[in-house]
Design a protein around this ligand. Structure first.
Ligand code: FAD
Ligand code: NAP
Length: 318
């Protein structure tokens, strides 16, 4: 029986592992289906992690995190978790992809989220070299330059407003002439002198060279004309997949409360609605989707898990 099962080995899961093992929990296993590090390892430039004064790659940022955790006893199982359930009693069942089932006194879900891709030519090729899904992460690299934002939902419009504070101009490219975003947000965008709307426009291709992106071609739906937007940065906000599958039960319900977008509802201590189950990082509600925040969540959740497991031991439960 594990004291704690951590699902996901990104910044949230790794930090949870560090705090849980250093805080005295025994038998703590982090289930990570790939190499530990999380989605930040895809980034070629990180310059907003506190204390790291150089611009580093995501891989460089994360390379020592696993070793630090393992030193205090965290075990890594390179396995995919299929489901977390609690069929009876206080213990959780963690079902793995190979069919095996582990029992744990507490669980931290730190499975992250995945921004959707729009699917235009060059999007994958230039991802991290001019194509981005994170304005907070990459906006500063385009300070006083022009950028394009793709999407018409709340995220796209809010991020366009964020970028307009940094960049000289933001082209907001949307495939329809109506936005999904809240009317108040649409109004702020329409009133912002730095944002130019490019509507009824479907992204066709991002182009560039070895140095990165040079522009975006969009096809107008009303005229079939192709418009060239010569920008070095293209931000794609066309929706987000919350990696909450592990919480889905056989009957389709979730083990704990999630909001209408599938984000796990937590309180300020990263406790979910299910006692002993915590969520940390990008998978939770209102996640700022930053490494430093995910790491903070992981620490917070582990502190909660330690207290919960101590309570079980005191009461001789489990
Ligand atoms: P993730 O990092 O997404 O980690 C989740 C882990 O869970 C993954 O490793 C995944 O393999 C694993 N997992 C998922 N499901 C399962 C399962 N069922 N079983 C086992 N394992 C599972 N943030 C910044 O602060 N600064 C930046 O400059 C920055 N740049 C970015 C650039 C890019 C290209 C990207 C993609 C993101 C960037 N971010 C940046 C955002 C940052 O990476 C995330 O906010 C952060 O990684 C979230 O951490 P997490 O631990 O919550 O989730
Ligand atoms: P979203 O609401 O699903 O919007 C995605 C946008 O991308 C849509 O405008 C869609 O166009 C467009 N799109 C999708 N696929 C595309 C493609 N292949 N090419 C070009 N455009 C494409 O996603 P979101 O903005 O990330 O928001 C997700 C949820 O979180 C929403 O419910 C939103 O309200 C919520 N949210 C709320 C807040 C807030 O309340 N402050 C902030 C952020 C997000 P169409 O409109 O034509 O489909």
């Amino acid at each position: 029986m594990l004291d704690l099962a951590i699902i996901g080995g990104g910044p949230a899961g790794l930090t949870a592992g560090l705090y849980a093992t250093r805080g005295g929990l025994e038998n703590v296993v982090m289930y990570e289906k790939g190499m530990p590090g999380g989605q930040i390892t895809q980034s070629s430039e990180v310059e907003n992690y506190p204390g790291i004064t150089e611009v580093v790659t995501g891989m460089e940022l994360m390379q020592d995190w696993p070793e630090q955790c393992m030193r205090f006893g965290l075990k890594h199982d390179m396995a995919e978790v299929v489901r977390v359930s609690r069929p009876e009693g206080p213990c959780f069942k963690v079902s793995l992809g190979d069919g095996s089932v582990i029992t744990a006194k507490s669980v931290i879900v730190a499975t992250g989220s995945t921004p959707k891709r729009a699917g235009f030519k060059g999007e994958d090729e230039f991802f991290g070299r001019g194509v981005s899904t994170c304005a907070t992460c990459d906006g500063f690299f385009y300070r006083d330059k022009e950028v394009a934002v793709i999407g018409g939902g709340d995220t796209a419009l809010e991020e366009a407003l964020f970028l307009a504070n940094i960049c000289s101009k933001v082209y907001l490219v949307h495939r329809r002439d109506e936005f999904r975003a809240a009317p108040s947000t649409v109004k702020r965008v329409e009133e912002n002198g730095k944002i130019e709307l490019v509507l009824n426009a479907v992204p066709e291709e991002v182009y560039g060279d070895n140095m990165g992106v040079q522009g975006l071609k969009v096809k107008k739906r009303d005229s079939a004309e192709t418009v060239d937007i010569p920008v070095p940065g293209v931000f794609v906000f066309v929706g987000n997949i919350v990696n909450n599958d592990v919480l889905k039960q056989e009957d389709g319900s979730f083990l704990c409360e999630v909001n209408e977008w599938g984000e796990v509802v937590v309180d300020l201590a990263m406790r979910t609605s299910e006692e002993g189950l915590f969520a940390a990082g990008d998978v939770r509600i209102m996640a700022p989707k930053q490494v430093v925040c995910a790491a903070g969540d992981g620490a917070n959740a582990a502190i909660g898990a330690i207290a919960y497991v101590e309570h079980l031991k005191r009461e001789n439960i489990c």
